[in-house]
Write a protein that binds this ligand. Structure first.
Ligand code: BTN
Length: 330
């Protein structure tokens, strides 16, 4: 879209740039540049104009659009990026695109989800204007047994992206919740389709939901959930910048998969579960009493080694067990 291209030129320019130069760069008329600038102003971009010098981008609103994310990306990484105002679930939209042949690396982002999905059939609250709801398509050429690794690699990619965008150090609660000050700011839902004959993953949809600028949470969630803004004095963070960093770090996975040691090392460094007292609950009976124990370490396959209080030791798999802290969420 022309408006997105004009935005990128304005963003990358240090000072004023003339309408003439923009129209030449893009091979369009001056009038087309004028209407693109008007459309950007209508979206909330503050663009001043001066008769002799041209246009200057002074301020950007916190919107999530293809244009706002692309200014932070090289062109090749925004080629397969789709950004919507509102969808039921970005995972569902991307699943449909994958079925029609979308390539590995395709990204769907929404500002709002009406039917955001969490793990274990739960819903994922996805209000507009504050979060990032992003799905990434990967065709990994691996067996289904590697899906847990992929989700853990994604947790690392999210921590890297938050650090690169905002300089904030987040932690990982096993297996794939990203936490800040021991409360959850991000969840990951990975959904895969498998090639029947070979048992290899056909399409893997990695869905990531991040609480960026929420200013409050419902009472029942406030003990376990928070946002990046709430933990940083209610400052507003640029969601497009983080969305772009996420796309970069997820793309790195495409090239570093399947056995780059960086991910396991970084996961272990960021993990806060190993070393703590935990209670393990079978996935299908989360309201049962649970087994108390001590999480010992993250194994090479991202399973969690736990020494239970009854003296037994087990390697827990995320698909089968969830863990909570002995005294709360972490
Ligand atoms: C969880 O913590 O239970 C996982 C939450 C995953 C939410 C994301 S938001 C983007 C993508 N689309 C969805 O419907 N869910 C995932």
């Amino acid at each position: 879209m022309l408006k997105d291209e004009v935005l990128k030129i304005l963003y990358l320019e240090d000072g004023y740039i003339s309408g003439e130069t923009i129209s030449r760069k893009l091979g369009v008329t001056r009038a087309a540049v004028n209407s693109a600038v008007k459309a950007l102003r209508d979206e909330g971009y503050e663009i001043t104009s001066s008769t002799n010098r041209g246009y200057l981008l002074v301020n950007s609103p916190d919107v999530l659009t293809k244009g706002s994310v692309s200014v932070f990306l090289p062109d090749k990484l925004s080629a397969d990026l789709y950004v919507f105002d509102s969808v039921d679930s970005t995972n569902n939209v991307l699943k449909e695109m994958a079925g029609k042949g979308a390539p590995s690396g395709t990204v769907v982002i929404a500002d709002h989800q009406t039917g955001g999905k969490g793990r274990l059939g739960r819903s994922f609250s996805s209000p507009s204007g504050v979060g990032i709801y992003l799905s990434f398509l990967f065709k990994p050429d691996s067996g289904l047994n590697r899906i847990a690794d992929l989700t853990s690699w994604t947790a690392v990619a999210v921590c890297d992206a938050i650090y690169n965008a905002y300089g904030i150090d987040t932690k990982i609660k096993w297996v794939n919740d990203i936490v800040l000050n021991r409360k959850k700011i991000c969840g990951i839902l990975t959904e895969a389709t498998v090639e029947g004959e070979s048992g290899m993953i056909d399409n893997c949809i990695i869905g990531i939901g991040i609480n960026v600028n929420e200013s409050s949470f419902p009472e029942e969630l406030s003990q376990i959930a928070t946002s990046i803004s709430l933990e940083n004095g209610q400052k507003t963070f640029d969601r497009s910048k983080l969305a772009a960093e996420l796309i970069r770090s997820l793309n790195d996975i495409l090239y570093r998969w399947p056995d780059d040691p960086y991910y396991l090392n970084r996961y272990r460094k960021s993990n806060i579960t190993a070393g703590s007292r935990i209670v393990a609950y079978p996935r299908l009976a989360e309201n049962s009493t649970g087994r108390p124990g001590t999480a010992v370490e993250i194994n090479d396959d991202f399973t969690l080694n736990v020494r239970f209080d009854d003296g037994s030791t087990e390697d827990l798999r995320s698909g089968e067990v969830s863990v909570r802290g002995l005294y709360g969420y972490t």
